[in-house]
Design a protein around this ligand. Structure first.
Ligand SMILES: [Zn+2]
Ligand SMILES: [Zn+2]
Length: 365
């Protein structure tokens, strides 16, 4: 396989969650050269590829396949051909690494049953949960589950991970305040949704700081707020969109009730209605301690630079797999020389990370 060319092709055709039809077709077309590989489809994009050689347990390797609704600002020759969509989270590399891993498996034919999951909709649409709901994985005995994530802030050749809680619980949230419009000259006839939204925003940050005095425990950040339609009328509607994150379930419950109580208090204060809508919930990622120790050893064998990661407020639905099976997720250094973070419009991980991801995965086979 020409993995560089494959990666570039994948980079050109980013698709959003559960719409990854072109991507799925392209991946399957490449894997068609391995007729002994069993391809199992879902009723949605993505698929499971099975390599079977004995009657024992399977190891699962997972790559996410979706892109993001971001307009790419790179000027590389393989820039996104899908306007407004971009592989800004490096899932094009994840797919390429999994393809390269399959090729290596087909060459060496190890005596180990394997599953390769090309999972759709990691970015906020709950793809992992949907795959699990199909029950397909219940047909297998799975002993271990693996995933990696490229990291544009770490040099190529470096690896990071952490035993135990690694990535946080994550959920997107939308808070709506529904008031009543009125001309500013007769403001008393209205119910000010903008004021309630602003009050809520400020109080929530204060309440979170009070409830979680220790830093790096729980956050709820709003990146978007919209209210009103015209400058001289009371805003009838205000919506705040944000994201909640916490590392354990107790903190999560506490954070959620803070959010709800604060919204209720602001709504009462301004005598209006409120409504909270939650997005897909992403379970925290807990790495198996034994697999983490193995990762250290295997990274050293490949002369990679390993260090222990900090836990992070990043969300990853691999948590659903790591909850069911002993699981391991690690950061794969992929900086192209200029530090750029995940989800930025100029994110462009270095292709030199591809063979490293393949070799490290293969070490676990
Ligand atoms: Zn992402
Ligand atoms: Zn990602």
């Amino acid at each position: 396989m020409d993995l560089i060319q494959i990666r570039r092709k994948l980079h050109q055709i980013p698709e959003l969650g559960f719409q990854e039809f072109e991507t799925t077709a392209y991946l399957k077309q490449i894997l068609a050269q391995f007729p002994t590989l069993i391809i199992r489809d879902f009723t949605f994009p993505g698929f499971l590829a099975e390599y079977r050689t004995n009657n024992k347990a399977y190891k699962l390797f997972r790559a996410d396949i979706d892109g993001l609704p971001i307009r790419e600002e790179n000027d590389c020759p393989f820039v996104s051909q899908h306007p407004g969509k971009m592989h800004a989270c490096g899932h094009d590399l994840h797919m390429t690494i999994l393809l390269g891993l399959i090729e290596k498996v087909m060459q060496h034919r190890p005596d180990q049953n394997l599953l390769f999951l090309f999972q759709p909709a990691e970015e906020g649409h709950g793809g992992a949960e949907r795959v699990l709901e199909t029950g397909i994985l219940d047909e297998y005995e799975i002993s271990e589950a693996f995933a990696l994530h490229v990291n544009g802030l770490m040099s190529v050749g470096t690896i990071q991970s952490k035993a135990g809680i690694f990535f946080s619980n994550t959920q997107e949230v939308e808070v709506n305040f529904i008031g009543r419009s009125a001309h500013v000259a007769r403001a008393w006839e209205g119910r000010n949704a903008l004021a309630a939204g602003a009050d809520f925003y400020l109080n929530l940050q204060k309440n979170i700081q009070e409830a979680f005095p220790e830093e790096n425990t729980a956050i709820c950040h709003f990146g978007k707020m919209q209210a009103g339609t015209v400058m001289n009328a009371i805003a009838a509607h205000c919506v705040l969109e944000g994201s909640m994150r916490a590392f354990n379930d107790a903190d999560w419950k506490k954070l959620q009730s803070l959010l709800e109580n604060t919204a209720q208090t602001s709504a009462q204060k301004y005598e209006l209605q409120y409504r909270i809508n939650y997005g897909s919930f992403y379970k925290h990622v807990i790495n198996n301690a034994e697999l983490y120790q193995k990762l250290k050893t295997k990274a050293a064998e490949l002369h990679l630079i390993f260090s222990e990661a900090e836990k992070t407020f990043t969300g990853e639905d691999f948590g659903y797999f790591a909850e069911r099976y002993p699981g391991l997720l690690f950061w794969l250094g992929a900086s192209n020389g200029q530090p750029n973070g995940l989800h930025s419009s100029d994110f462009l991980p270095d292709e030199k990370a591809i063979p490293i991801g393949i070799e490290l995965f293969y070490k676990f086979i």
